[in-house]
Design a protein around this ligand. Structure first.
Ligand SMILES: *Cc1c(COP(=O)(O)O)cnc(C)c1O
Length: 368
């Protein structure tokens, strides 16, 4: 039987970085400081500098990063937050955890990202914020969103969980708004060996507030200024992520090369391939293709030991867990149609050319 090809794998990368990673682990463990030490401060500095913002606040994951970002922007009870139904569940669960109500707009049929022309009609007198999601490694068209936010006095918190290093008009995704939130879940473009997240902001007050909120509401130990949470990154993960950040551009370039290769081989395959808008630098967290016979194709690939993934098969507004939001099937036709057609091809920096070729050949023979 053919070797298994997965949509994502990290073991080869770890093999290459093993000595450096092990040294870092040893250094942190013997430093005598495991929580809130130099490694986290350093990583907060490095990522905020890399994206181009003043402050970075490390937290336990990106779901809580978005929840805390909304709280820090004073968004909660009775407020509405506009986002998309084609996203990871955590985007929406974070909005609800902050106490607010998610309001959806459909996606653009070309990029599969927020259709910015629909934002205006979703605004009510309760709307307080927009959470654009830079899905798959590409940036949402930010200029129209920034203009609408200004006009209606709305906050923006960018969901950058999939877009570390992506650019919009030459500036990094995550540098355009009040807050931006990052995930370092293992599969992400900047991924660790466990869970972690970060919020970036340019606002000193928001930074202070977020540092309190992630630390039981305390500015100094044992005294809570306000109700807070426990949401932090341990030194071990911070040190590893700080190291991984130095490899991010190189790894994103590898992803882009793999994407270019897919584009070439699959150009006449009958698959709808990803588009890279002129304003974007896509970092291909996922290489997402579409075909009306998606389920048959995935079944056939499985028989060949090629195990792919769909991001995402269920639009959020159709999930039982979110039925209380009051949406119904048919409300977001572009998202609904795509959820039946899209799937992701293997994509990670150390994906071999050989595996890539095999996937493409099998795909072409299945589609016929
Ligand atoms: C992964 C992801 C999140 C959540 O990140 P966690 O660190 O797992 O909480 C949020 N939004 C999007 C778009 C994601 O892909």
């Amino acid at each position: 039987m053919n070797q298994v090809i997965k949509v994502w794998d990290y073991l080869e990368e770890l093999q290459i970085e093993k000595d450096e990673v092990m040294k870092l682990i040893e250094k942190v463990l013997f430093s005598g400081r495991l929580i809130f030490g130099e490694s986290l401060l350093s990583f907060e500095r490095s990522l905020s500098e890399y994206i181009g913002l003043k402050y970075g606040i490390g937290v336990d994951n990106a779901t809580n990063a978005t929840m805390l970002s909304l709280k820090a922007l004073n968004i909660g009870e009775n407020d509405e937050v506009i986002t998309v139904p084609n996203t990871a569940v955590p985007t929406v669960s974070a909005i609800i955890s902050a106490g607010a109500k998610p309001v959806f707009v459909d996606i653009d049929p070309e990029t599969y990202l927020m259709d910015t022309s629909q934002v205006r009609k979703a605004i009510t007198d309760k709307t307080k914020a927009i959470v654009p999601v830079h899905l798959y490694g590409q940036s949402v068209d930010m200029d129209p969103i920034i203009a609408i936010a200004k006009e209606f006095n709305l906050k923006i918190s960018e969901d950058c969980a999939q877009s570390h290093g992506a650019e919009y008009k030459g500036k990094k995704a995550g540098s355009f708004s009040d807050c931006s939130t990052f995930s370092f879940y293992p599969t992400k473009p900047l991924g660790g060996f466990g869970d972690a997240g970060m919020i970036l902001t340019n606002n000193a007050e928001t930074n202070d507030k977020l540092r309190r909120l992630r630390f039981y509401g305390m500015d100094k130990v044992y005294y809570a200024e306000e109700h807070g949470y426990n949401s932090r990154v341990d030194e071990l993960h911070a040190a590893i992520l700080d190291f991984k950040l130095k490899k991010l551009d190189e790894n994103n370039n590898k992803r882009r090369e793999i994407a270019t290769r897919y584009n070439g081989i699959l150009k006449d395959s009958g698959l709808k391939l990803p588009v890279e808008k002129e304003y974007n630098k896509h970092v291909y967290y996922l290489y997402v293709v579409a075909h009306p016979e998606r389920d048959r194709i995935l079944d056939e690939l499985k028989k060949e030991n090629i195990l792919l993934n769909v991001s995402y098969p269920f639009p959020i507004h159709t999930m039982r867990g979110y039925s209380h939001l009051g949406y119904k099937q048919g409300d977001f036709p572009v998202t609904e149609k795509l959820s039946n057609e899209i799937f992701s091809l293997p994509m990670y920096p150390y994906l071999s050319e050989e595996s890539q070729t095999r996937v493409c050949n099998v795909l072409k023979s299945i589609i016929g």
